[in-house]
Design a binder for this molecule. Structure first.
Ligand code: GRG
Length: 279
């Protein structure tokens, strides 16, 4: 995965822009979204190499969202993936532009740099990725999240934020691998149910870690939700009930794909990782 990400940003001008794009894209991170994509492509019976450009694209969209999320106009953070945030190093304007360029490159990866994937599948993934990133997905979730800061919101709004801001990209991460492989609709829908479960569980665990882990382990500022006065699962339900919810969602998620037996094992293991993770 690291080699594919490195290759996707080969030398080009302007050099400073490329440097800013590479700074955040190659800063580590769990690479969960691309790995989910590759695992679902394999589950659907195709070689993982077929989905590699889409996997790279997903990590690019995710990374751009982190760069923009960290900006002073949004979450205003100075630590990400264990390093100073992009705008702290390159300035606000370059950070915005590096994010923009990563987003554009992501669509290029799927549309133009996916040899061997039939054109109609590429179009299907481009459309689904655009929806997941845009107003019906990340952008919409981020808007409601920003609007909700400093307010006590209910579980329904919190779930809306999480399903859009975090869940939408995790969902397309899982379903895109199957789309690339030309999976039947029944499998794509089972994977969508799996993805919705792990997506929400992922964000509940994120909220829990924000309270229980330290900045060095997380590679980002711990305790940020409290500082930003955000409603979270632990603030609404407490830590124990939040963990119980994450576990229940993970169990439901894995049940959606258990009919695929041995082939579903990597996705089962990834679901367990999401609830057991410490960063
Ligand atoms: C996509 C057009 C477009 C705009 C983005 C800024 C924004 C709009 C949305 C914010 C999305 C966001 C930052 C959601 C948080 C998701 C989340 C829990 C991130 C942490 O993911 P990890 O733990 O991070 O997988 P690593 O560093 O391991 O990859």
């Amino acid at each position: 995965m690291e080699a594919a990400l490195d290759d996707a940003l080969a030398p080009e001008r302007p050099e400073r822009l490329r440097e800013a794009m590479r700074y955040s894209l190659l800063a580590g991170g769990k690479r969960l979204r691309p790995i989910l994509c590759l695992a679902s492509c394999e589950l659907a019976g195709a070689a993982r190499s077929l989905a590699m450009p889409t996997a790279v694209a997903l990590e690019m969209v995710h990374t751009m969202s982190l760069i923009h999320d960290d900006l002073p106009a949004m979450d205003n953070d100075d630590l990400r993936r264990g390093r100073p945030t992009n705008h702290k190093v390159f300035g606000d304007a370059n950070a915005i532009l590096a994010g923009d360029a990563l987003l554009c490159r992501a669509f290029e990866m799927v549309a133009e740099r996916s040899p061997g994937v039939p054109a109609e599948r590429r179009v299907q993934v481009v459309a689904a990725l655009a929806r997941a990133a845009g107003a019906p997905g990340l952008v919409g979730g981020q808007v409601v999240d920003l609007e909700s800061e400093g307010k006590l919101v209910g579980l329904e709004t919190l779930e809306y934020i999480h399903l859009h801001k975090t869940g939408a990209l995790l969902e397309i991460s899982v379903t895109s691998g199957a789309m690339i492989a030309g999976a039947p609709g029944e499998l794509v829908e089972a994977l969508r149910r799996y993805a919705r479960g792990i997506g929400l569980a992922f964000q509940i665990i994120d909220d829990i870690l924000d309270v229980t882990a330290d900045s060095a382990t997380l590679g980002k500022t711990a305790g940020k939700d409290l500082i930003a006065d955000k409603t979270t699962y632990p603030s609404l339900l407490g830590l124990d009930e939040s963990r119980r919810r994450a576990d229940a969602l993970t169990t439901e998620a894995t049940q959606s794909i258990e009919a695929w037996g041995e082939a579903a094992q990597p996705l089962m293991a990834l679901a367990s990782y999401i609830t057991a993770r410490d960063r």
